[in-house]
Design a protein around this ligand. Structure first.
Ligand SMILES: [Zn+2]
Length: 263
């Protein structure tokens, strides 16, 4: 019976994860374009073909249609399938890593992952982080204070202060030194919310990952594009990556590292 229960949780998390991922695509495409999330139904952006239910099955339809509109053959971005699969995988990871110790934290983790996927793709394309997403992460942070097995509630309050403080310093420091914004103020609010979500220990780990990966990617991009250093890239997607890695495996890694040092 126990095993049956666990399998049910995984199956539900997988299927729901795919379906919610499908909805995230609607949010990612329509929110920055100020279109309604509910109307009209899914349609081809070129020929307005209204998708039938069988054109709209996560992942499967995209494969069956070979990534093209059924009517006009317009290529459908692979991003739709990537978002659906990413959301499903992260929901399964949330169950795998957290369900046994805290179902509340597992659900919270799933909600955070979906929100982060929206932040990632919208910031990547439009260079903006919506306050409503930051508020969801912050709200999850308040719940996480009492359900994070690794940190105490105070660690999360300190995390919010450290996150907001550190990024505010970077934000205003860049304006002072460079005479321009090096990042958006959205990043400052986002960092504070991530600090509240993770606690200061896992927050610092998240920033470390985001900075290292961000630096590598920037160097590579500059080399490939051979562009000026002033080309702007959003930092939000790196923060998303760092925060998710840290939420998933930050606690055991930090514990291992601290034990290594104290030895
Ligand atoms: Zn079409």
């Amino acid at each position: 019976m126990d095993q049956f229960y666990v399998i049910c949780v995984y199956v539900i998390a997988g299927i729901l994860g795919l379906c919610v991922g499908s909805f995230l695509n609607v949010v990612i495409y329509r929110l920055p374009r100020e279109l309604s999330l509910a109307f009209p139904g899914s349609h081809c952006t070129r020929c307005d073909y209204q998708l039938k239910w069988y054109d709209n099955i996560p992942v499967l339809s995209w494969i069956m249609l070979k990534g093209k509109c059924r009517k006009c053959g317009e290529p459908i971005s692979v991003r739709y399938t990537v978002v659906e699969l990413a959301n499903m995988v992260m929901w399964l990871l949330s169950v795998l890593l957290f369900w046994a110790t805290s179902p509340v934290y597992a659900v919270l983790s799933a909600i955070v992952c979906s929100t982060m996927i929206c932040i990632f793709f919208i910031d990547l394309e439009h260079m903006l982080i919506y306050n409503r997403f930051v508020l969801i992460v912050a709200a999850a942070g308040i719940v996480a204070m009492f359900h994070d097995g690794y940190t105490k509630p105070a660690d999360h309050v300190i995390g919010a202060l450290v996150g907001g403080g550190l990024f505010a310093l970077l934000y205003f420091g860049a304006i002072w030194v460079l005479k321009r914004e090096a990042m958006g103020f959205g990043d400052v609010k986002f960092a504070a919310a991530i600090g509240l979500l993770l606690g200061w220990q896992k927050f610092l780990f998240a920033v470390l990952i985001a900075s290292v990966v961000g630096s590598i990617v920037l160097v590579l991009l500059n080399r490939i594009n051979n562009q000026e250093r002033t080309t702007e890239y959003p930092f939000g997607p790196f923060l998303v990556g760092g925060a998710l890695v840290s939420m998933f495996i930050g606690a055991p890694l930090i514990t291992w590292y601290v034990a290594l040092i104290i030895g």
